[in-house]
Design a protein around this ligand. Structure first.
Ligand code: GLA
Length: 462
């Protein structure tokens, strides 16, 4: 799957070879035939740069080993038949010529349908192929490790391959980022980009407009550890995520109008900075000068922009934010511009590491968490407690990762302290509660940058 070439056969990564065989058997007993190919798309952990991709700013994630794996057989009929190895995800089938995505119910198959429809729409496929498909996922759901986007990406790759089409990794990432919006959440492109553009051993700086991934070498001597707070947060099921997207959009418009710019065309805080031609420090001064810390009401926003409530609702708010009464524009903009600067500082330390690189990166991660907690208000008490325990257990930096409001933290731990760190977090967080204890094994683990999405062809590999 390099460049525009058709998806290539690749060496099967060790950790998934056993799963592939068992998936093949499941497929066979379910459908009475062999799959013709497999697709895999990984989840990710974001090291720094939270809630800024949809504002146009660069982020710094890496792919993780946990993934979504699919076994697929294209068929002559127009049915798509989906099954999941997890029995709590029920079978689903529909016609590929009439895909309906229910935004009110973020059920697992709807994410698959996003990828399916995204590729169909991209090519305007006149006669898309039907298929049988069994999926197997190892990314803990609703945990901030991008299980939903990995499913969308896997479905996009499956649909592309089943229909004999090709796209570059960048085009695939952009298509899958767009089509995830069919489920109703207005995410940026981080998750889909790293799922396709990841390479083993490398974290990536992902930049947008145009989409670009640059290698980031993480400092030797430090290990990144993921810890799940065991609080699930499904961003399609609540309005939290889209409220933040809308707050950033509103802040863009208020700041743009106050500076005499054509505010109607501007949607992102990043585009505002480009239009103003100022540095991140400069725009933080403008935020201080223009915005007030008290929440903005819809009336105040409408009056300032000179628009009706109707226009606000139809042109700026999203479907599930229509009834939100107040918006915190000062705090959200402070977070976005500050976090954008922290990503660049993190990358600069990795590129040319001074003797105290690990400490500097840890400090940036800690500042990021504080800003997510206090300015963006996307943490929760359990995550704050977990981050606190991670720091007390020897991490030099610890922060929530992904959308937040639950899910995982990522901590940077000096390699020689790893064992002590793991046992101390087990004692301090997981062993205090039977529910968390039961989840501990899959909730606390060291991780390294994993490889990106791939296609594996049946005949040659199994
Ligand atoms: C979700 C979205 C991403 C990004 C993160 C927060 O994972 O899908 O695009 O906005 O939240 O950084």
């Amino acid at each position: 799957m390099s460049g525009r070439a058709p998806p290539s056969t690749v060496r099967i990564p060790e950790p998934i070879s056993g799963r592939l065989l068992s998936l093949k058997n499941t497929f066979n007993s379910k459908y009475g035939c062999k799959p013709s190919f497999y697709a895999r798309a990984p989840g990710r952990v974001n090291l720094i740069g939270e809630h800024i991709d949809y504002c146009g700013y660069a982020v710094l994630p890496m792919a993780i080993e946990q993934d979504i794996l699919a076994a697929v057989k294209p068929i002559d009929s127009k049915e798509v038949e989906l099954s999941n190895t997890n029995p709590s995800y029920l079978d689903f089938s529909t016609s590929v010529t009439n895909i309906q995505i229910d935004k009110t119910k973020p059920l697992w198959h709807n994410y698959f349908l996003c990828g399916l429809k995204g590729i169909q729409d991209h090519f305007n496929l006149p006669s898309p192929t039907g298929m049988k498909c069994v999926l197997d996922g190892t990314i803990p759901p609703s945990s901030g490790l991008s299980s939903s986007s990995a499913l969308v990406c896997c479905a996009g790759l499956v649909t592309l391959t089943a229909n004999g089409r090709t796209l570059s990794k960048v085009e695939l990432a952009e298509t899958c980022a767009r089509c995830e919006h069919y489920i109703g959440t207005e995410g940026g492109g981080m998750d889909q980009s790293i799922s396709f553009l990841a390479e083993e051993g490398k974290a990536k700086l992902i930049e947008f407009g145009p989409l670009r991934a640059t290698d980031v070498t993480l400092p030797a001597g430090a290990v990144f550890v993921i810890a799940n707070s065991c609080v699930e947060m499904n961003k399609a099921a609540t309005a939290h995520f889209n409220i933040r997207v809308v707050e950033c959009r509103l802040a863009t418009k208020i700041l743009a109008k106050s500076k005499g710019l054509a505010w109607r065309e501007l949607m992102k805080l990043g585009d505002l900075q480009i239009n103003l031609g100022v540095s991140l420090e400069g725009i933080l001064d403008i935020v201080e000068e223009v915005l007030h810390p008290e929440p903005y009401t819809c009336e105040e926003i409408c009056e300032f922009l000179g628009i009706s409530l109707e226009e606000l609702r139809t042109t700026i708010l999203s479907q599930n934010t229509q009834d939100v009464a107040t918006f915190r524009l000062y705090q959200r903009s402070k977070h976005v511009y500050g976090e954008a600067a922290r990503v660049l500082a993190f990358k600069a330390v990795c590129d040319d590491p001074p003797a105290n690189a690990v400490q500097l990166l840890g400090d940036l991660m800690n500042q990021s968490h504080a800003s997510c907690r206090d300015m963006y208000e996307c943490s929760c008490p359990e995550l704050d407690q977990l981050v606190d325990i991670c720091l007390k257990s020897g991490a030099v930096g610890s922060r929530l990762t992904g959308a937040g409001w639950g899910g995982c933290s990522v901590s940077m731990v000096p390699a020689e302290k790893l064992n002590h760190f793991l046992s101390s977090v087990q004692e301090g967080f997981y062993k205090t509660d039977s529910k968390k204890l039961a989840l501990m094994e899959k909730s606390l683990f060291a991780t390294k940058p994993g490889s990106g999405a791939m296609i594996l062809m049946e005949e040659e590999n199994l």
